[in-house]
Design a protein around this ligand. Structure first.
Ligand code: ATP
Length: 734
């Protein structure tokens, strides 16, 4: 977080004439040349209009029915702006200010404000139905922002008319994705309550509205979210481009134009390949999976960005003739930009740090203590046992594991089983909060210490968790600059909110989680070693789903929860598909696949492949193909199932074609995990390739070993690395 603001730190200079007694108010502000020029030009325009500085003009607003017509015309703008206005108002409440939404002509459509200030404002007609264009009201933030088409601050006597000198106003135009002005968002207040961060809040809020508008406009085309820094994807700072099916760039947000340094018109001359050197097809292929990571791209200028594509899959699908839109009801990925935007504006929900690009609403899963998590997997049971031993001993627990393995669920279960269960559980997702806000979010801040956020200051998450459990999710994403501060707080058990001299004692149990390799980060100097040891009283690694032997028990649990009225079963084909899949998104992905399947199979009791999303089937097929393409010749014999194990059906690998086995009966739920014979296939399935058989054999050996790769490797007579390589498992913990 930056230090206290000073004119020098902002590189600003005092307004010329700062000592001019006729400009006592505005001169108190540090202003840049551009601003001074903008105001001077506006005053010249007003003089040219023949406006009087002193004369009180007729302020009568539009009549009720005319205002109704104007509001009707701008209904969509209001629908997008209303929630943002509420949020913005929350940030400035009690500051003698109001939030205004104006249309593209400068007519005030809606306002929210402090009643006292609203009364004063109405005297100068700062109220719905009144037009605040420059022609009507002289230099003012709304009118001047409309003419300049840029965010504009007009403070105190910078207003052309004397009657408005008591005001300070910060306005930002709201643009549509084609660059047309939709309206203006403004915060106006008593000039004595001026805060230099208000403008930043207004700009961010206008961006939020623009991004919502763009997402709404282009919900059925591909959207590219990009930034030069990967962690900014999903925040308000990101650029968003809308791309038509033939690769043309049809819309852009302000962040995109700024980052690319292009005007809207110049951008429309480009295609996705001329700009980023990639194609729609390649992007669809890569981002078909909701777990795909951003793609690094380079412009011809050499500038580099990270791009994340979103589209309402399976609306897009590969067809022989190219890409065709499909009218399927889509399972759209959750809009991360919006979530990130809300976070960026400091509106993260207490007790839940939220997340960027999470893509599941499954977080609502009831966590009912550690016992409920153990479903028969030996690795998992051992881990739960370890945790139980340190419970209530004031030992911080560090949960490691890939995304979606249930780290947060485990943290909640730890809290529930602890003596602190009746105290708060407060989760902070360090990856989803912009770096600049984490410090305030964690430690809190005093009135006036930080951006124009709440004037009364805010209690930090650490203090909110007092007496209970603080869960720091994605601790590996905690900026190194803040790690020393966090360490100090943990050691001293005292928090000093930003801008405050007073410390608050805190008593929290700490649980942290990360999918990153913290040891490697320590070596790379990206994570402090001393903090690592402070957080790591007990480190436990949650196994990825592909290493767990209780897959089918999990399936049962999820189906029971999602569809309590039906006893849903999986067809044998789906069981095999699930067992052979590598589940890169772990339990979260399983949950999503099953939830969709439950809906698709409404009224039925058997889940078949027809109830799975094309995306999942495609991915499973693609992975199988990749495995087949990368597999080495099979060293026979490749396996030897442990005698008497459930997987003892393993047989020597036959050459390519496999005899057809009888179709196993539908697996009824609840049921134990069904061992699938190595060579089993449905009569209508093509013969399995040698590679598929090898992979399935390895998978089964791993399952039989309770997910223990070392044991499986020993039994198969191959190395652990070979297992990882063959199954293309990422062993880097991501
Ligand atoms: N044992 C389980 N039983 C039922 N659902 C589970 C289980 N483990 C995880 N889930 C579900 O999987 C999803 C992901 O869990 P969670 O958010 O705890 O994972 P995570 O490891 O914290 O993910 P990330 O690293 O992405 O934050 C949630 O919807 C959760 O309800």
């Amino acid at each position: 977080m930056a230090g206290p603001y000073t004119p020098a730190s902002a590189g600003l200079r005092m307004r010329p004439g700062a000592n001019d007694p006729r400009r006592p108010i505005a001169s108190a502000l540090p202003l840049d040349n551009e601003h001074v020029h903008k105001i001077d030009q506006s005053h010249q325009r007003c003089a040219a209009f023949g406006l009087s500085r002193i004369e009180r003009l007729d302020y009568s607003p539009l009549g009720r029915s005319d205002l109704g017509v104007v509001r009707e015309r701008n209904q969509r703008l209001y629908a997008h702006a209303a929630p943002v206005m509420e949020m913005l108002y929350e940030q400035i409440v009690n500051s003698e200010s109001m939030v205004l939404l104006c249309d593209a002509t400068g007519t005030i459509l809606h306002s929210i404000g402090d009643q006292d200030f609203l009364n004063r404002a109405s005297k100068v007609a700062l109220q719905p139905g009144v037009n605040w264009s420059e022609q009507a009201k002289g230099t003012n933030a709304v009118g001047t922002a409309l003419i300049e088409e840029s965010p504009t601050l007009v403070h105190a006597d910078e207003h052309y008319m004397h009657a408005n000198h008591f005001l300070t106003c910060s306005a930002a135009p709201i643009l549509d994705p084609r660059g047309n002005i939709l309206g203006v968002l403004d915060v106006s207040g008593d000039q004595r309550s001026y805060h230099q961060h208000t403008m930043g809040l207004v700009k961010m809020s206008a961006r939020m509205i623009e991004n919502h508008w763009l997402t709404d406009d282009y919900r059925n085309v591909m959207r590219l979210h990009f930034h030069s820094r990967v962690e900014f994807i999903g925040t308000l700072m990101e650029g968003i481009l809308a791309v038509s099916q033939d690769g043309k760039l049809v819309g852009a947000n302000r962040g995109a134009l700024e980052q690319l340094g292009l005007s809207g018109a110049a951008l429309r001359m480009h295609t996705i390949s001329s700009l980023f050197g990639t194609t729609v097809a390649a992007l669809v292929d890569r981002f078909r999976s909701p777990l795909a990571t951003p793609l690094p791209v380079e412009l011809s200028s050499g500038r580099q960005f990270h791009v994340y594509a979103r589209f309402n899959w399976p609306v897009w699908h590969a067809a022989s003739s190219g890409f065709a839109a499909e009218a399927a009801a889509s399972a759209a990925p959750v809009g991360a930009a919006e979530a990130g935007a809300a976070e960026a504006a400091g509106s993260s929900a207490a007790g839940n740090g939220g997340g960027v690009g999470g893509g599941t609403a499954a977080g609502a899963a009831p966590a009912t203590g550690l016992a409920s998590l153990s479903l028969g997997d030996t690795q998992f049971a051992a881990l739960i046992d370890k945790i139980r031993r340190v419970l209530n001993r004031d030992i911080p627990i560090l949960i490691l594991g890939e995304t979606g393995t249930g780290k947060e669920l485990l943290a909640r279960a730890i809290h529930q089983d602890s003596e602190r269960a009746r105290q708060p559980f407060v989760a902070v997702n360090c990856a989803s909060i912009p770096e600049t806000l984490i410090e305030a979010e964690l430690f809190g801040y005093e009135e006036g210490a930080f951006t124009g956020a709440r004037r009364k200051g805010a209690v930090g998450k650490i203090v909110q968790a007092n007496g209970g459990t603080l869960f720091l999710d994605e601790i590996g994403d905690m900026p190194i600059s803040l790690q020393a501060h966090l360490l100090r707080v943990l050691q001293e058990r005292q928090v000093t909110p930003l801008g405050s001299a007073k410390s608050v004692s805190v008593d929290v149990t700490l649980v942290c989680a990360t999918h990153r390799n913290l040891r490697e980060m320590i070596e790379q100097k990206a994570f402090r070693e001393d903090l690592y040891y402070r957080l790591n009283g007990l480190a436990v690694r949650l196994p990825p789903l592909r290493e767990r032997s209780d897959l089918m028990a999990l399936v049962e649990r999820i189906l029971d929860r999602e569809s309590p009225d039906r006893r849903l079963r999986l067809s044998p084909e789906v069981v095999r598909l699930f067992q052979g899949y590598h589940w890169p998104g772990n339990v979260r992905q399983l949950f999503n696949v099953l939830r969709t399947a439950c809906v698709m199979a409404s009224g039925e009791t058997l889940i078949t492949r027809d109830h799975l999303s094309d995306d999942f089937i495609d991915d499973a097929r693609r992975v199988a193909q990749q495995r087949a393409a990368s597999a080495e010749p099979v060293a026979a014999p490749v396996f030897a199932a442990s005698p008497g194990s459930a997987q003892a059906a393993a047989v020597p690998v036959p050459p390519v074609a496999v005899p057809v086995e009888p179709v196993p009966p539908a697996v009824s739920m609840p049921a134990p995990q069904v061992p699938t014979p190595v060579a089993a296939r449905l009569p209508d399935e093509p013969a399995m390739s040698l590679e598929d058989i090898e992979l399935r054999t390895i998978q089964q050996a791993v399952d039989a070993a309770g997910g223990n790769i070392s044991v499986a490797a020993k039994r198969l007579g191959i190395s652990r690395n070979t297992i990882y390589r063959k199954l293309r498992w990422r062993s880097d913990g991501r």
